[in-house]
Design a protein around this ligand. Structure first.
Ligand SMILES: C[S@@+](CC[C@H](N)C(=O)[O-])C[C@H]1O[C@@H](n2cnc3c(N)ncnc32)[C@H](O)[C@@H]1O
Length: 323
């Protein structure tokens, strides 16, 4: 273990960016440099893999579930995961975002690619293809026990596919695909609506994530589920994947500056504790372990007492039910 990291691992590039973000007009400068972001979920195979992993995980937990209405928080510029869900029989998908994107044409193309994957009964793309999905399965075979031939013949009928295609072109005003941006302004419309709320690579970016969990809870039906796939690593800030837990609050505030979507430095246990405190029953969780290369002594005061297992948790997922 290397003690020197305590003094040397200051992410100067990010510190500079954070400080610059306090300046007037910084947003315009950085907005121009950043351009349009493209996330993993713009890849149809990624969306197919993520949703089928979620579906198999719900089944593996032998849950008595019904997925009529589901929501994804932080879908970014793609509704691909929602389209996969619709193709597996979900009745309505709602995207809960804070940034508004134009979705129609690329969603139509995405939908056709996804239909091909289902028609070929394609196996679930595994970690060799997408190591950035934390939900892991014992088998990545196409889940024929959940998606039987009988079910698929209805789900992939032209009638049903046309309903979905039509919904894509009309996503703001129909009950198959709904897009809420900013979703928190629509809480009254979606209260008690969903059987499942899920996310990937989102809950680590929300500053007040406990409050977001609380709001999401109100959107769930009684005995509704939450499944969140969360990254705990530094997102490139610092040399070691967990350097971000070594920075003092002051240094972190400067690195963060006025940027909205920087990581919140949470650990797996912090998410578990919040969900428990909100009255959720934890059903299952898994951590992606990556052995820490920093010394516990280097942790900032705020993180001194985190568990060893949290120090080694690079990512993870949590499945919980509203009691
Ligand atoms: C890293 S991207 C992940 C996108 C996508 N889930 C994926 O896996 O490719 C994080 C997304 O979370 C969204 N986000 C951040 N804070 C949010 C909030 N409070 N509510 C809803 N979405 C939020 C951002 O706009 C961004 O689209």
């Amino acid at each position: 273990m290397n003690n020197k990291i305590c003094n040397t691992d200051i992410p100067f590039k990010h510190l500079f960016r954070g400080i610059v973000s306090f300046l007037p007009f910084a947003n315009q400068i950085y907005g121009k440099i950043k351009g349009d972001s493209s996330h993993s979920c713009s890849n149809p195979r990624f969306c197919y893999s993520l949703w089928l992993r979620i579906l198999v995980t719900l089944n593996n937990n032998k849950l008595d579930y019904r997925l009529d209405n589901i929501a994804e928080i932080g879908n970014s510029s793609s509704i691909g995961v929602g389209l996969v869900a619709l193709l597996t029989g979900v009745k309505s998908y709602s995207a809960l975002e804070v940034v508004k994107y134009q979705l129609s044409q690329k969603s139509l193309n995405m939908c056709e690619e996804l239909i091909k994957l289902f028609r070929n009964r394609e196996d679930i793309p595994d970690d060799n293809e997408f190591s950035n999905i934390n939900i892991q399965l014992d088998s990545y075979k196409f889940p024929t026990r959940i998606l039987t031939e009988k079910k698929l013949s209805v789900l992939l009928s032209e009638n049903r596919l046309n309903q979905i295609r039509k919904a894509i072109l009309n996503y703001e005003k129909n009950s198959i695909i709904n897009y809420y941006v900013p979703w928190e302004y629509s809480l009254n419309n979606i209260r008690g609506s969903f059987d499942l709320v899920f996310s990937r690579a989102v809950m680590e970016h929300i500053a007040d994530y406990p409050e977001t969990y609380r709001k999401l809870k109100t959107c769930l039906k009684p005995r509704g589920f939450m499944l969140h796939d969360i990254e705990y690593h530094n997102h490139g800030i610092g040399t070691h994947w967990n350097s971000h837990w070594c920075y003092s609050n002051l240094l972190w505030e400067l690195i963060k500056g006025k940027r909205s979507f920087i990581i919140n430095r949470s650990t797996h246990s912090m998410h578990l504790d919040i969900l428990k405190n909100l009255g959720f029953q934890l059903l299952s969780d898994q951590r992606k372990i990556n052995k820490s290369s920093i010394n516990r002594n280097c942790l900032a005061k705020r993180f001194k007492s985190i568990l060893d297992i949290d120090m080694n948790s690079y990512g993870g997922w949590i499945l919980a039910i509203k009691k």
